[in-house]
Ligand binder design. Structure first.
Ligand SMILES: NC(=O)c1ccc[n+]([C@@H]2O[C@H](COP(=O)([O-])OP(=O)(O)OC[C@H]3O[C@@H](n4cnc5c(N)ncnc54)[C@H](OP(=O)(O)O)[C@@H]3O)[C@@H](O)[C@H]2O)c1
Length: 261
């Protein structure tokens, strides 16, 4: 039996991509799930798949991490279901646009800061009282290779993910002695709805991001989340950079069957 069985796992951004895959992966370990995102029908689908995978329970509710009131209402609802959260996965977020600073739009910048950075600290602040009295718990913050290396058009997204890394480091210091561990999980190119959101539903442009290379899948990341959360309680995987083999660096991606430039 998995050492995660019967644990309570709270996942933000569970309506697609990494979050939905994590719901299934933790469900398969026998975990109870608390799923949040803005799109409720997709959350319901993720909860059903998690139950089929083996979750004893999979609860879901609308959550907008950009709104403090929504985060607080969500955690109040969590309290009605369980007195404890064992694993918190701060995954909600994404990129909006790929514009230079000169051409960037306030609404894109604000959405990125609100979800990737402020959302993470809001959810953590609200959920911590359900975690601190239970040593061995895990907070997994989803960062990105973008938090390590800047790229043109990525300014605010890269800043948010660099911010995620620093928040994780601060939190690890603040929680030292509580038995809680804080993990920054930082993926490279992964094919989810990420590029579709970044390019505002331009499917052809989103598809080109992964053309000719083998990206990570949402399941690759979900398996890694399960791995970090299932280490013995005295082991903390502080920071984990995970990239496709075809992506040696942010600027160096091997693509098959492409005419030489
Ligand atoms: N895919 C990649 O290449 C990649 C690489 C590195 C890091 N990441 C990071 O991984 C995380 C998950 O992304 P993904 O690749 O799985 O993309 P995705 O399929 O677009 O999933 C993003 C999730 O975040 C949720 N979300 C966004 N804003 C939210 C908000 N304000 N409140 C609540 N939920 C919100 C979305 O749900 P709703 O729209 O239903 O709210 C969705 O469930 C993000 O933080 C992203 O920055 C992705």
């Amino acid at each position: 039996m998995s050492n995660l069985a019967n644990q309570w796992v709270l996942i933000t951004g569970a309506s697609s991509g990494f979050g939905a895959a994590a719901a299934q992966a933790f469900g398969a370990q026998g975990c109870n799930l608390l799923l949040g995102a803005r799109r409720v029908p997709q959350l319901e689908k993720a909860a059903n798949l998690a139950r089929q995978a083996g979750a004893p329970s999979a609860h879901f509710r609308a959550l907008d991490v950009a709104q403090t009131s929504s985060v607080e209402a969500f955690v109040d609802w969590v309290r009605t279901l369980t007195p404890r959260v064992d694993v918190l996965i701060n995954n909600a977020g994404g990129a909006h646009g790929l514009d230079t600073v000169a051409e960037g739009r306030d609404e894109d910048w604000e959405a990125m800061v609100q979800s990737n950075l402020l959302g993470l600290v809001r959810v953590t602040r609200a959920a911590l009282p359900l975690m601190v009295n239970h040593p061995g718990g895990t907070i997994i913050n989803v960062g990105s290779t973008a938090g390590h290396t800047a790229y043109e058009g990525g300014s605010v997204y890269c800043a948010c993910k660099a911010g995620e890394l620093q928040v994780s480091r601060s939190l690890r210091l603040e929680l030292c002695g509580t038995g809680l561990r804080v993990v920054s999980l930082d993926p490279g190119l992964a094919e989810t709805e990420f590029s579709l959101v970044r390019f505002k539903n331009d499917a052809a442009r989103a598809h080109r991001v992964y053309e000719g290379m083998t990206p990570l899948s949402a399941e690759d990341i979900a398996e890694t989340m399960v791995w970090v959360a299932s280490r013995p309680a005295h082991v903390c995987i502080d920071e984990l950079l995970i990239k496709p083999t075809d992506q040696a660096a942010m600027h160096k991606v091997f693509r098959r069957n492409q005419a030489p430039a």
